[in-house]
Design a protein around this ligand. Structure first.
Ligand code: ZN
Length: 455
């Protein structure tokens, strides 16, 4: 679509328009064109393994990359890339075009780029279309300057990060792998390590009294979200409450990798449920072990290393064939392998069935290696934040999908972007700084790995 169309549709005031240079106006136009495509993963079609809208987002990206003078390639609609330079060394940049569904309660149209209160708003502005456009313009700057590099830089755009990263798994199976990469799909400064992830369903031992009297139990939406509600209905013999006791707890939702930032409604409710069902020993034990801040230690999972300490989120609960089901999201220090955690759960909760639903390996980079060191230096140089230090996180990022890849931005410390929520946003001034940072990162990695072979 024509640039003028988009510049008219972006709701920013004239003064701001006058303050921006041509590159910045083009960046906003291109981001507007991508935000306008609702690239939520949907039914596959020929050439569109993640649905027609994801293919449309990929085609939009590739067309702009070609117009900016970059070589482009398309991995059958799974992912695409834009490339600059010559030579064997490839510095990779891994970003994604797919987005999570809009959901409710937006105060501006989710699939329209709006500028409001100093922020760009719209689904994908921070995760990950905005950072992807900033990286695209870092490559475009290399083209404009005809910058000499030791090798090539390849910006890879995947179409399925939000639902399992099948895009990049496909790319890895059949396309050229960069020697070193970063992904602008997390936080600044740079992520040196990510914990291992284990999702497990615990089916508590069957208790006849519970099977007969616990009429319903439900709480939570996903294993990796701290549940903000939990309800249970229990039959009682008391005439005072007309034969039923209804329990309800509210909590505060947060990401499952940081349970301490939320309030878990399920673990608030379990001790009260256990008090109503006193003959259920399995429930009593689960309530004792799982509820409270020191749950990891009580479960025998209290390990820690340089990547952090074990965290436990009880994300879901329900009744299954008369038994109580609890789904846990555990984040494990890198040195603590998921099978050892499963063994610890089984011995802490005798008689319960522990079923592994999902496992992701940890990722650990050497903080003093060329990748993390170079990106940390770039961040310090570009922002003036000389104390910036590498991060150790519990969340899993796109970086796990490529060898020798670290997450680098694009959210600055302390900035709230409402990622995956209503009114996703990203500060406009931060957006305008990103291209400088990513340009520096590409040139510096090319230099570090081209000259010294990354040693
Ligand atoms: Zn993302």
């Amino acid at each position: 679509m024509n640039n003028v169309d988009f510049i008219l549709r972006i709701k920013y005031n004239k003064n701001m328009n006058d303050d921006m240079n041509d590159e910045q106006k083009d960046m906003l136009n291109d981001l507007a064109a991508l935000v306008a495509v609702p690239s939520v993963v949907s039914e596959p079609a020929p050439g569109a393994p993640f649905g027609a809208e994801n293919r449309r987002a990929l085609d939009t990206f590739l067309a702009r990359a070609a117009a900016l003078g970059l070589r482009t390639g398309n991995d059958d609609g799974y992912a695409g890339w834009a490339e600059y330079g010559e030579g064997e060394l490839v510095v990779g940049v891994l970003a994604h075009l797919d987005v999570v569904p809009a959901g409710e309660n937006w105060t501006s149209p989710p699939f329209e780029l709006t500028v409001k209160d100093g922020c760009i708003c719209g689904r994908g502005v921070s995760d990950d279309k905005g950072p992807l456009v900033a990286c695209l313009y870092a490559l475009a700057r290399l083209v404009r300057e005809k910058r000499a590099l030791h090798g090539r830089v390849r910006l890879i755009a995947g179409c399925n990060e939000e639902e399992g990263s099948a895009c990049i798994k496909h790319y890895v199976s059949c396309c050229e792998l960069p020697r070193v990469s970063f992904t602008p799909d997390s936080d600044f400064p740079v992520t040196a390590s990510e914990k291992g992830i284990l999702h497990a369903e615990i089916l508590l031992p069957r208790c006849e009294d519970t099977a007969a009297r616990l009429i319903s139990l439900f709480g939570g939406v996903r294993p990796n979200v701290v549940p903000d509600f939990c309800r249970a209905l229990v039959a009682t013999s008391s005439a005072a409450d007309s034969g039923y006791a209804a329990l309800e707890e509210k909590g505060v939702s947060a990401h499952g990798s940081t349970p301490e930032k939320g309030v878990n409604a399920i673990t608030k409710l379990l001790p009260k449920l256990s008090a109503l069902l006193p003959s259920d020993d399995g429930l009593k034990r689960a309530a004792e072990l799982l509820c409270g801040k020191d749950a990891p230690a009580r479960l025998g999972l209290g390990k820690s290393d340089v990547t952090g300490k074990t965290t436990v989120n009880v994300g879901l609960c329900s009744m299954k064939d008369g038994r109580i089901s609890l789904t846990l999201d555990l984040r494990l220090p890198a040195a603590y392998p998921p099978p050892a955690a499963v063994k610890a759960l089984r011995s802490a909760l005798p008689g319960a069935d522990v079923k592994v639903l999902h496992v992701a390996s940890p990722l650990v980079h050497d903080e003093n290696g060329a990748l993390v060191r170079t990106l940390t230096e770039v961040y310090r140089r570009e922002t003036g934040d000389l104390d910036a230090a590498p991060l150790h996180i519990g969340g899993g990022t796109y970086a796990k999908e490529l060898p020798n890849c670290a997450a680098f931005g694009a959210v600055f410390p302390g900035v709230e972007t409402h990622m995956h929520e209503a009114d996703e946003r990203y500060p406009l001034t931060d957006f305008m700084r990103l291209t400088d940072i990513y340009y520096d990162a590409i040139v510096s990695l090319d230099e570090a790995f081209g000259k010294t072979n990354g040693k």
